[in-house]
Each structure stands twice: as structure tokens, then as C-alpha cells.
Write a protein that binds this ligand. Structure first.
Ligand code: 6PG
Length: 241
């Protein structure tokens, strides 16, 4: 596994750098396979990526060959202000006019969240024509919280232990809420996994992972078995390196 760590001046330059990587990878995989399958991250940092993709590359990327999923989702409606899907729709998919058949929101209307996770897993397996085994996303974006969580793999939560399923519902005690999340088997099958990490509240964990070699943080367990791992970190999050 190839790992790179890049410190960017601020969130905006992190967004520009991530948009450049997206352009490069989209060209590579559309040329190679005629398609590019991406999982978007939750949280607010990806807004800088979305803004730059829209502002810089709206005309340069072959958007109709790209399919979008989400590596995790809060268990709220798509139009809820907390929805990761809704945020990406507002800042990326809608401004670019991405057609509905090219993005796959996490279903969040089931009474039982595990049913939503099972449906999303089936959607992913169908998309990749992979009824068994681990589908390989071309690109997976991830964020990281100040507690070291990534996607919705939170410290002490059951989903950390999942070794078979691709997608699970995860009860997060700290948030008193359900999340739907990719599991490590699916994340670690990715060809390119890119962390987008900004903010001084991440500095201690970033130091722990990248300077002290700590492995207990959920984000540190993302180790693509055959892919590339890129950490894009802004100066505030990297201030203790
Ligand atoms: C979420 C994601 C979470 C997020 C990190 C970073 O839905 O919030 O599960 O993993 O990516 O908490 O969030 P920020 O980018 O907002 O710091």
C-alpha cells in the first residue's frame, strides 16, 4: 500500500489539491474503464473540494461517466440540513447538473436502520455486478473527527468489528443516533482512499497517527490492501506534526 501525507496551507488549498486529484483520477479511470465510481465523505470539509470542482473543473471532467455514492450518512432525510447526501447535492451534484441515475443516496426512510444498510449494500453490489467479494471503488473520500472516527466508524462502536458486511447501521452512543457506514472491508478494498482533514481539533489525533504511530484510532485502521492511501491535511490539523 502506497501512503502519502500532504500538508496544505488551509482548507481552501486542501480543496483545490483534492479537486486536482479528482480530475487526474477521473481521467485515468474513465480512459481505462469508461467509468469512475466515487464514494463521497461526510462532514463539512468536503465543501471546499466541491466548490473547487464546480468552479475549476465543471467543463473539464466527463461528469456523465461518474457515479457517486456516500461512505457514510446520518440517519436523516436527504433534504435534512445534517444530510451528507443533501450537502453534496447542494454544493456539487445540483450545480453540475448530475443526473439522478448517477448518484446513489443512502436510503434513510426505513424504520429499522439495518434494513437501510442492507439495501445500500445491495445497491453497491448491483452497481459493481459483484454479488460476492469486495467491490473496489476507484476513489473513496473520507473525513476524520477529533475523536479519530472516520466515515461513521466511531471509537467503541460495533461497526469497528465488522469483517463481512460492506455496509452496516451503526448506533453511535456519543451522538445518540444511528449512522449508515461503509465497513473496513469495503473501505480497504478501495483503489484510492483520500482523507480530507481540516481543523485544529484534529491535530492531536493526526499527531498520534502520523508521528506517534498510534493504530487504535478508527481512522488509522483504514489501510487499503491493494490501493493507495492519501492524507490531505490542512496546517491547523497538522500543527503538531
Ligand atoms: C460525518 C462523517 C464524519 C466526518 C468527520 C469530519 O458524517 O460527519 O461521518 O466522518 O467526515 O467528522 O467532519 P468535518 O470535515 O466536518 O471536520
Amino acid at each position: 500500500m502506497k501512503t502519502t501525507v500532504k500538508i496544505l496551507d488551509d482548507r481552501e488549498s486542501l480543496g483545490i489539491y483534492a479537486a486536482d486529484l479528482f480530475l487526474e483520477l477521473s481521467e485515468k479511470y474513465i480512459r481505462q474503464n469508461g467509468k469512475f465510481t466515487v464514494a463521497l465523505a461526510g462532514g463539512s470539509t468536503p465543501k471546499a473540494l466541491y466548490r473547487n470542482l464546480v468552479n475549476l473543473y465543471a467543463e473539464d471532467i466527463h461528469w456523465s461517466y461518474i457515479d457517486f455514492f456516500w461512505s457514510d450518512e446520518r440517519y436523516v432525510a436527504f433534504d435534512h440540513p445534517d444530510s451528507n447526501g443533501g450537502m453534496a447535492y447542494a454544493h456539487l451534484l445540483s450545480p453540475l447538473g448530475i443526473a439522478k441515475q448517477h448518484y446513489f443516496p443512502v436510503p434513510t426512510s426505513y424504520k429499522q436502520p439495518p434494513q437501510a444498510a442492507m439495501e445500500y449494500e445491495e445497491t453497491i453490489r448491483h452497481h459493481f455486478n459483484a454479488p460476492t467479494g469486495i467491490p473496489t471503488f476507484d476513489l473513496i473520500f473520507l473525513g476524520m473527527g477529533g475523536d479519530g472516527h472516520t466515515a461513521s466508524l466511531f471509537p467503541g462502536s460495533k461497526a469497528l468489528l465488522e469483517t463481512r458486511r460492506l455496509v452496516v447501521a451503526n448506533w453511535v452512543d456519543a451522538l445518540r443516533s444511528w449512522r449508515i457506514t461503509f465497513t473496513y472491508p469495503l473501505l480497504n478494498g478501495g483503489k484510492h482512499v483520500i482523507f480530507l482533514v481540516s481543523g485544529s481539533d484534529k491535530a492531536a489525533v493526526i499527531k498520534g497517527i502520523h508521528k506517534d504511530g498510534l493504530r487504535h484510532h478508527p481512522a488509522a485502521q483504514v489501510q487499503p490492501s491493494h490501493g493507495e492511501l492519501h492524507w490531505l491535511i490542512d496546517a491547523s490539523a497538522g500543527s503538531e506534526l
